[in-house]
Design a protein around this ligand. Structure first.
Ligand SMILES: Nc1ncnc2c1ncn2[C@@H]1O[C@H](COP(=O)(O)OP(=O)(O)O)[C@@H](O)[C@H]1O
Ligand SMILES: [Mg+2]
Length: 327
């Protein structure tokens, strides 16, 4: 996956033409009808969401939260029950053709036709999107997703990782401004994960493609995403820049390495103290209530000389847990 991606039609990405938000969603609801012994399920309960153009946006939430439902509605694969969706400025109901042309989706499920080769699949997909033969970039996309040498192999002979890359290729045939990836790295090996992230970053940086992804790897979201929405039980419970989301957690930790071996001192009031595997002391506190001075005073009163101090930042996982914990 080293070939550079061909540039998009410049008129389609001229900065002046990009809307402020790649996606705008308001009052979005979805109830799956009851079927057989399954009761009706309200999967989305009135979602409002604005996804800035040019961002790498993460949609996080536990299993069953409604992430795939939301993405499948964007993709036009699931019909919404109520609400408004606009993609790249096009209302999904009023301008279905333009809104569909603006988005490419790499689905969570591996839904490939076993009888098509990668080249054939990309051609069929391009045909579905009305990309004229002269404008098809089949070979370049095959290069981009690292399937050039498998271009004519039947899909059923491709490994799971190759199928995922083909799904990414299919999402790109019509050069969408918005690329949506539903759990792109779930169950894939580390090497493929790195390749996918490298490619996705490049699409974002070099083409300005807006990226929306769902993941349950919080570290990945923290590393990749500029902005994050957390969805739980069909509702968005937080949306913010990744850094703001992290700073929202009113928690800081300082790790202190003692110059000489020493016992863990009792923590100052309102703090937690623990010994870490490397022998350092970890003090965790709420910055609104107390601060490092109290730690230094405690250490001094126990005759502990400090060799080193490091600040340990909270992780998205802590934010996520604090927001989604059952109440
Ligand atoms: N086709 C469907 N028919 C009925 N219920 C569904 C369907 N798809 C999803 N659901 C239900 O809707 C809820 C949200 O599912 P989903 O959007 O797949 O969540 P996520 O992707 O966050 O795991 C879950 O309770 C799921 O069981
Ligand atoms: Mg899902």
């Amino acid at each position: 996956m080293s070939a550079s991606m061909p540039s998009q039609d410049p008129s389609a990405t001229a900065p002046g033409q990009a809307p402020e938000n790649a996606i705008e969603i308001s009052g979005l609801r979805k109830t799956y009808a009851a079927s057989g012994s399954d009761a009706a399920k309200e999967a989305l309960k009135g979602v409002d969401l604005a996804i800035p153009a040019g961002s790498v946006f993460g949609l996080l939430g536990p299993n069953g939260a409604g992430k795939s439902t939301l993405i499948n509605i964007l993709a036009g694969l699931v019909l919404k029950s109520a609400g408004k969706v606009s993609i790249w400025g096009f209302d999904q109901d009023k301008n279905p053709r333009q809104s569909r042309a603006s988005i490419g989706v790499m689905p969570q499920e591996l839904n490939l036709d076993a009888f098509f080769t990668p080249r054939g699949s990309l051609d069929v997909q391009a045909g579905l999107y009305g990309v004229p033969r002269s404008q098809r970039r089949t070979e370049e996309i095959l290069e981009f997703v690292g399937l050039a040498d498998k271009a004519d192999a039947y899909a059923r002979s491709l490994s799971g990782g190759m199928r995922r890359r083909l799904l990414l290729g299919k999402a790109l045939v019509h050069q969408p401004q918005v690329l949506v990836l539903d759990e792109p790295t779930a169950g894939v090996d580390i090497e493929l994960r790195q390749m996918l992230w490298t490619n996705i970053r490049r699409l974002n940086k070099e083409q300005g493609t807006t990226i929306i992804l769902t993941t349950h790897y919080l570290e990945e979201a923290e590393e990749m995403c500029d902005e994050i929405a957390i969805i739980n039980h069909g509702e968005v419970i937080a949306q913010d820049s990744t850094s703001a989301l992290l700073s929202r957690l009113d928690q800081k930790s300082l790790a202190i390495t003692s110059a000489k071996p020493a016992d863990l001192p009792p923590p100052p009031p309102g703090m937690k103290a623990e010994r870490r595997d490397d022998g350092s002391f970890l003090f965790t506190y709420s910055p609104a209530e107390t601060g490092p001075d109290a730690i230094f005073a405690t250490l001094a009163s126990h005759g502990i000389t400090i060799a080193d101090v490091t600040s340990v930042e909270p992780h998205l996982e802590d934010v996520f847990l604090s927001l989604t914990k059952p109440t």
